[in-house]
Ligand binder design. Sequence first.
Ligand code: NI
Length: 138
Amino acid sequence: MLNRIGISLDEELLKQFDALIAQRGYSNRSEAVRDMIREELIKKEWSDTDSEKTQVGVAIMVYDHDAHDLSHKLTHLQHDSHDLIISTTHVHMDESNCLEVLLLRGKAKEIASLGNAITSTNGVKMGKLVPATTGERL
Ligand code: NI
């Protein structure tokens, strides 16, 4: 069942909100607000979560495969946590840069630990762990 709510905003804030959601391709405010609420709930789900609880996340990294020993190190890290990794996608971006995306499912603390290990590896140019959700509580 859908519930309707009213929100009071000052004009300037509403103007900025409308510009933001137009830029992001939303055709109406309701869908934009719903997505923002869901995003906050996912953040809360992760921050409240018992670290033993199963969560889902996506790790993203960009690195130079010519950098000494780096791709070997990153492959090692992944094999050490093979039971967390649902799938990986590797894209050869140009002559030297690689993009890798890992879909992860496992205990929250283990996902966070693998995410931190990847992003802190010397030579990784860009690394990020994106908390996702199993969808159970949304
Ligand atoms: Ni590559």
